[in-house]
Structures are given as C-alpha cells and as structure tokens.
Design a protein. Structure first.
Length: 283
C-alpha cells in the first residue's frame, strides 16, 4: 500500500502534465512576439501547424482578455503591451524603470543621444526602458528587444559585473578566454565601449546600475552617434562622463553606495540622543 502511495505521489509530481489550451495560447503569444505587424488567424494556424478551428477560441479569449489586439481593417492580431505591463508589475523592473525614467530623460536631453536600459532575462538581455534623443536625428532600440549578452556592449557589462556564480551560469563551461579577459577589463575600468553589434557608425557606451545589495541590476547604454554638422554637440568622452554620472545617480536612488569608499553601512541621519547621567545620592 505504501509503495502504491509513493508511486502515486511520484507520478503526481511529474512535470509531464498536459494543458492543451494553455499550450496553444503560449504558442500563439510566442509566435506573435516576433511579428510586429501581426498575423491573421489563418496565418497563425499555418505557422503553428494547426487548424483554424482548434485555435479560434483561444485567439478570441486572448483578444477579450487584452493580450491580443485585432486590427479590424486587416484582421491581423498583434500582442499588446499587457505582456510588458505584467512583466513590470511582477519583476524588479517596475521600481527600476520608475527610478530611471526621469534621469534617462535628462540624460537624453543633455547628451542629445538616445539611451536604453537593459536587464538580464533568462540567458539574454531585455530592453525594459528607452528614451529617444530630442535632436532632429537619432538611433533608438525598440522597447522589449532581446539582445545577446556576449556580443553586445550592454550584455558584456551585465556579465562583467554579475556575481561569479551567476556569470558562470550565463556563460556556461566553455566561455572563450578572450571574452573572460574582456569582462575582467570592463570590471576594472567600470564601463564598456564598443562599436555597435547591429549598426555601422554607432558606438555603444554602457555603464552598470547597482541595487541596494551591491549586485548589478541593469546596464544603462547610449548608442552614440557622432554629429558632423556645425551645431554644438557633446564629444564621446563628455557623453561617457554624463552616462557614468547618470548610472551612479540611478544606483544611489536604488540604495546602492560605494562599498570601497564607505565599507560601513551609513547610519541614519538622526541625531543620537544624549546619554542621561545617573545622579549619585549622597548619604
């Protein structure tokens, strides 16, 4: 009897459960996540190798619950910002972006460059906030874009300042020696710069943002465009200095402090009450 009970418990704990409707819904969301212009339900069915009839109700429910939006003119379905909204509510990204957004706006206005915020999401980086340049021309990366950690400037900053165990998990056992040396150099200088891995003529500048526990939580990045007109613009070095200051400000608001400069946790700025002196009674 005990053996049968143990066997039943082991079976019930097995991950091989089946939830067909849920899996169809996830398949649809993941497919449309790579289709910014959307797909018709017929196209969705073709891509997933399923019939329209078995997907129709799932699509309708996702539309009704606000996860999908149907363009009435083209009958195409697209994912909505509800996915991003949920991710921000359920992860530390909500506090991070709340703190970073006004400072990113000021950074973009002062540097006349766009900037974006990247966090680790699984084995990749994810852009969770961005601010476009107020200048007449600029380059900006789309919100929600996934990036490679090893080949991008933002990704290498996140890897360089990650805890040793976390970095090992992200890199795996066969990390190239050249990459590990590069990450060590980034840690030593406190930031990273490199030509963009996506666009010619763009140089990425990236600095780490730390949380109150001293761990890296994000990378703040500027895809720097060098202007060639006669209007006054900040130089590469001036922009980098501004980026460093902004990343430090965001980290400080999140509760971080420089543990090398101040190894002891700062005390609260409350005056210490004077000690009361005990009076000695004269006999």
């Amino acid at each position: 009897m005990a053996d049968r009970t143990a066997s039943a418990d082991k079976s019930s704990a097995s991950p091989n459960y089946s939830a067909p409707a849920l899996e169809k819904g996830i398949d649809i969301l993941e497919l449309l996540g790579d289709e910014p212009f959307g797909l018709t339900i017929t196209e969705i069915a073709q891509r997933l190798g399923r019939s329209v009839s078995e997907l129709f109700r799932v699509v309708v429910v996702l539309d009704r619950r606000g996860w999908l939006h149907k363009d009435m003119a083209s009958d195409r379905y697209r994912v909505t910002y509800k996915l991003l909204e949920l991710a921000h509510r359920a992860t530390p990204a909500q506090e991070l972006t709340h703190v970073a957004t006004p400072l990113m706006h000021a950074l973009a206005a002062a540097a006349l460059q766009s900037c974006h915020l990247v966090v680790v999401n699984g084995a990749r980086g994810l852009i969770v906030a961005r601010q476009e340049s107020p200048d007449t021309a600029g380059f900006a990366v789309r919100l929600g874009t996934a990036i490679d950690l090893q080949t991008t400037c933002s990704g290498r900053v996140l890897l360089a300042f990650a805890e040793d165990d976390r970095r090992a998990d992200l890199l795996g056992k066969s990390a190239p020696r050249a990459l590990t040396d590069q990450l060590a150099a980034i840690r030593a200088q406190g930031y990273a710069t490199s030509p963009s891995a996506r666009m010619a003529g763009v140089s990425d500048l990236s600095c780490p943002i730390f949380g109150f526990d001293g761990h890296v939580v994000a990378a703040l990045t500027i895809p720097f465009l060098a202007a060639i007109d006669d209007a006054p613009h900040l130089s590469f070095d001036e922009t980098l200095a501004l980026l460093k200051a902004t990343a430090t400000d965001i980290s400080s608001i999140l509760g971080w402090y420089d543990r090398e400069a101040a190894p002891v946790v700062p005390r609260l700025s409350v005056a210490t009450p004077p000690r009361r002196q005990r009076r000695v009674r004269a006999d």
